[in-house]
Design a protein around this ligand. Sequence first.
Ligand SMILES: Cc1cc2nc3c(=O)[nH]c(=O)nc-3n(C[C@H](O)[C@H](O)[C@H](O)COP(=O)(O)O)c2cc1C
Length: 192
Amino acid sequence: MKKLFIPVILGTSRPGRQSEKVANLIVKTSKEIPNIVTSLIDPLDFHFPYDGNDSENKDPRYTEITDKADGFIIVTPEYNHSFPGTLKRMLDSELKNYIHKPVAIAGVSNGIFGGARAIENLLPTLREMGMIASFSDLYFPEVQNLFDENGNILDTSYVRRIKRTLDELTWLATTLNWGKENIPNIYHKIEK
Ligand SMILES: Cc1cc2nc3c(=O)[nH]c(=O)nc-3n(C[C@H](O)[C@H](O)[C@H](O)COP(=O)(O)O)c2cc1C
């Protein structure tokens, strides 16, 4: 079976960001799944100087990654009950590369809600971009207590939940890829 490319998008550039630990855990867990290829998309490694999707705000490496991706995992902290502007600017830089690709969201907060409000506010944006959201979300509440000093997760039930989400995401990606290859649709060209 074809390997699926599922990059993990880290949604914040904040110095000291806790969400980076969550993103690293998801990347590490994804690498244990044989049919997934992944990489960390860190906004600090890319350049999105302006708003919008004109060429001035495109980073060619992000364009290539989103073009090739079979699906996405987005790690978003909750900032003022929503998701960070950095994530929005990064997502906005592309238009067609998300259409009919599955996405799962991991919310992160230092309070008890695990980024639930950021996830809820991100969903309409992702839908407008054409992404298909997974049924299962991932929540990382009180993130400051979840990892040891080496970045290892203390409660392994989080790894089990990540694997369950990856299982759903790979099913969605495989199903959507099959549909794109076999069922005519105005958004996809079938190449035979
Ligand atoms: C600008 C800003 C706004 C925040 N707003 C919220 C919020 O609305 N709800 C919440 O639970 N945590 C909020 N937090 C705290 C984050 O949950 C906390 O920083 C957590 O560690 C995840 O974000 P990080 O990856 O930036 O560390 C906020 C943090 C910042 C920097």
